[in-house]
Design a protein around this ligand. Structure first.
Ligand code: ADP
Length: 430
């Protein structure tokens, strides 16, 4: 979306710059046209003007005619030499006649120096642009007088400004259309991404449902099987107490799965409450390690706790939820490790208590690590095939750690092992 907005701004700026450039070109072209036209008018005028020098009324009438037929022309006078200066000989306004103009403007000198050319000087009165043009009138090859015109460009400028304004409005309309198309396109891309994500989630959900139903069914069939043994009175006393133990284990698995599903819905609806208390993590870690001791021994894995002298540091967490987090990490370590060891360590860096769960298990690729904390995500490697699970544990774990003010990270290498690191701020009593 940001990229789209950036491109939109660039396009808009490019359009405006081009429009301003066109406006300048248009104005230059108009000025050129005005100058060429006044040049031609004066060229024709100076040809016959000397014949009428003796008849100022006729000359003035002719000058008036020229002014009337040129909308930009507002002033027209004929200047005659007056020693070093110039004197108004004939003007549209007879009252100005006889007036001596002191100081010779550059264009007068230029017109005298090049009698066959008209020279224009751009000036301004307030915000209005004005062109003054001078053209020499020659008689018998000598400069006899100067024809000087004044053009007010307000009308011409107003017309060009109006044209530019109208083109700008049209341009803005086109731009708005382009922007609308652009944003629509960006929205379509967003929808496409959303759709792709939704499909990913759907696929994950589908695999979750088949996984969850399998996870629900297998302990249930174990329970039903042993219950029927018990009903039939199969086996002796010892066998029957083993059946009961297995029923208990399966019931516990079922409870765990249902708890996970309920946790997901609690977290998603923002109903997951945590009751923080100050505690020594060492105690809870020891409890969790003892819970998995038997499983580890069965798989011939060593399960050890390494703790530095910092075991006395305290953190503020919800005890049950903190234990749940540790259970998930240690149970995964046991689940995804075929041989070797699991080391849980407790350390403290500057501000945090760090709890690391490190295993020598199947490990995870860099790609898998990126998705690890997503809901329903399960890595699908050869080694993890057939390992039961729902892909909810780490998502719940990460959500709980966050809710308790901590953080979780992972370092792992496929075939070497994984290390999950929890960090909680040290909260010792003052
Ligand atoms: P579950 O174990 O129920 O599938 P989790 O959310 O706990 O769900 O874990 C998600 C996935 O992360 C697992 O399916 C597994 O592929 C991978 N995983 C988790 N812990 C480990 C570990 N210690 N070693 C290797 N892979 C792991």
């Amino acid at each position: 979306m940001w990229f789209t907005a950036f491109v939109a701004v660039v396009i808009f700026a490019a359009f405006v710059l081009t429009a301003v450039r066109f406006a300048t070109i248009a104005q230059d072209a108009q000025d050129e046209l005005i100058n060429v036209r006044i040049g031609s008018v004066l060229d024709a005028f100076v040809l016959f003007a000397p014949d009428s020098f003796d008849d100022p009324t006729r000359l003035r009438a002719h000058m008036q005619e020229i002014v009337d037929t040129n909308e930009t022309l507002t002033g027209f006078s004929i200047l005659a030499r007056h020693s070093e200066d110039w004197r108004v000989y004939i003007d549209l306004d007879p009252q100005s006649e006889g007036q001596v103009l002191t100081g010779t403007p550059v264009i007068f000198s230029l017109a005298v120096a090049s009698p066959s050319q008209a020279f224009t000087f751009p000036g301004a009165v307030g915000s209005e642009r004005i062109f003054t043009t001078a053209r020499a009138i020659t008689e018998n090859g000598k400069v006899a007088a100067l024809a000087v015109t004044t053009q007010h460009l307000a009308v011409a400028d107003e017309r060009i400004t109006r044209t530019i304004k109208n083109s700008m409005y049209a341009l803005l309309g086109v731009l708005a259309l382009i922007m609308a198309l652009f944003f629509r396109h960006a929205r379509i891309i967003d929808y496409a991404q959303l759709y792709r994500k939704q499909r990913e989630i759907d696929a994950m959900k589908d695999s979750f449902i088949s996984m969850a139903s399998h996870e629900l069914k297998s302990p249930l069939s174990v329970i039903r099987g042993y219950v029927s043994f018990l009903k039939d009175g199969t086996g002796g006393r010892e066998a029957q107490s083993e059946y009961l133990r297995r029923i208990d284990v399966s019931a516990e698995e079922l409870r765990q799965l249902i708890d996970d599903i309920l946790d997901v819905s609690r977290i998603e609806q923002g109903r997951m409450s945590v009751a923080p208390t100050r505690l020594h993590p060492y105690e809870v870690i020891t409890e969790v390690i003892e819970m998995f001791r038997e499983q580890a021994v069965k798989k011939a894995l060593t399960l050890t706790l390494v703790s530095s002298s910092t075991s006395q540091q305290q953190i503020i967490v919800d005890r049950a939820r903190f234990k749940q987090v540790l259970i998930n990490l240690v149970s995964n370590a046991v689940k995804y490790t075929k041989e070797g060891s699991i080391i849980v360590s407790l350390e403290v860096d500057e501000d945090n208590v760090l709890i690391e769960v490190q295993d020598t298990g199947i490990g995870l690729s860099a790609e898998e690590q990126q998705h690890l904390f997503k809901k329903f995500y399960r890595a699908t490697s050869e080694e993890s095939k057939g390992v039961p699970g729902t892909g909810l544990g780490l998502w719940i774990t990460a959500s709980l750690v966050k809710a308790m003010g901590g953080s979780i990270s992972v370092e792992s290498m496929r075939g070497v092992g994984s290390k999950f690191v929890l960090a909680f701020p040290v909260q010792n009593e003052a």
